[in-house]
Design a protein around this ligand. Structure first.
Ligand code: GLU
Length: 303
């Protein structure tokens, strides 16, 4: 099937999201945890829990004895996972989900060590134990589940196309042997193009931001990945970039963890499910500037 259902509950319209970059400044700061670790800051919707125990989680045991947490993220995806090169601030929906989960494990924000890991290297980083978990536009797939486990999903989106403002490409049906499409190595979108649109020439980089550079320089005709990511790039340069068409896959974002650490997966799922309005606040702070509504998805059963 070439086309699948559009993203559930999100209905992202590219033009409606041009205010996205502005929301980065509204992301809660996660500094200044007072002694005792109850609150991280007045604008942070989550709380650093105390006296946390998780039986049967090797990852939690490591975190507890180290007193630090190692988290894999993206840092070139505005609105989702972004490192400001000037201020050094990390912002984004995924980054805040990662901070929330760290807080739920009893870890103060200054004890989080973030590492940027590209799409193609995520499973290996988790298998190697280089990180305790990964939060970065990471779609839950059966293939990835052969190597790692997931908590979640915590967000739903779908594959889209980013093109130049004056491009004639209006949807995935306009891709052809004459249009080169750029995406990230090891991602579900590049695989989808190769499998279902084999006639379309592809170009790959480790990150989507390099694809966006190529698009702006006229080296490629489109960038493809999840709409939630593409909208962030379009928002940074609305005069030159636009997101077109309907989403043509369903991407369900999970938190990547060590394979078989079901105790941690269950714990994260409980946090996500029982978090009250924390998820909504994180969404509003990072992706809500457009007024687009999204609902938190139900988590998958473990196992
Ligand atoms: N969600 C897709 C994936 O996990 C694309 C985004 C990404 O590469 O992080 O492959």
């Amino acid at each position: 099937m070439r086309r699948t259902r559009t993203l559930a509950g999100i209905g992202i319209a590219a033009t409606a999201l041009l205010a996205l970059t502005a929301c980065n400044s509204g992301t809660p700061s996660s500094t200044g945890a007072p002694e005792g670790g109850e609150e991280t800051s007045s604008s942070t919707p989550w709380t650093v829990l105390t006296d946390v125990t998780i039986d049967g989680s090797p990852t939690f045991d490591r975190i507890e004895s180290a007193g630090t947490i190692k988290v894999g993220v993206k840092e070139d995806q505005p609105g989702l996972g972004y490192l400001d090169p000037v201020t050094g601030d990390r912002t984004g929906f995924d980054v805040d989900i990662a901070r929330w989960m760290a807080a739920s494990l009893g870890v103060d924000p200054e004890k989080i060590e973030f590492t940027a890991i590209a799409s193609a290297n995520r499973e290996q980083a988790i298998v190697n134990g280089d990180i305790d978990y990964y939060v970065g536009t990471y779609s839950i797939t059966d293939k990835r589940k052969e190597q790692i486990s997931f908590a979640g999903p915590y967000f739903l989106t779908g594959q889209g196309l980013l093109v130049g403002a004056d491009s004639d490409i209006k949807s995935v049906d306009d891709l052809s042997a004459e249009t080169t499409v750029c995406s990230a190595t090891g991602s579900t979108p590049i695989q989808n193009i190769k499998t279902n649109y084999p006639e379309v020439p592809t170009k790959e980089y480790d990150t989507y931001s390099k694809c966006v550079e190529d698009l702006k320089n006229g080296q490629v005709d489109a960038v493809t990945t999840d709409e939630a990511i593409l909208i962030g790039y379009a928002a940074q340069d609305p005069d030159n970039l636009k997101v077109v068409g309907e989403p043509f896959s369903e991407e369900r974002y999970g938190i990547g963890i060590a394979k078989g650490d079901d105790a941690l997966a269950e714990y994260f799922n409980t946090q996500l499910t029982d978090g009250g309005d924390i998820w909504q606040q994180i969404f509003d702070n990072n992706l809500g500037a457009s007024g687009v509504k999204a609902t938190q998805p139900e988590v998958d059963p473990i196992g």
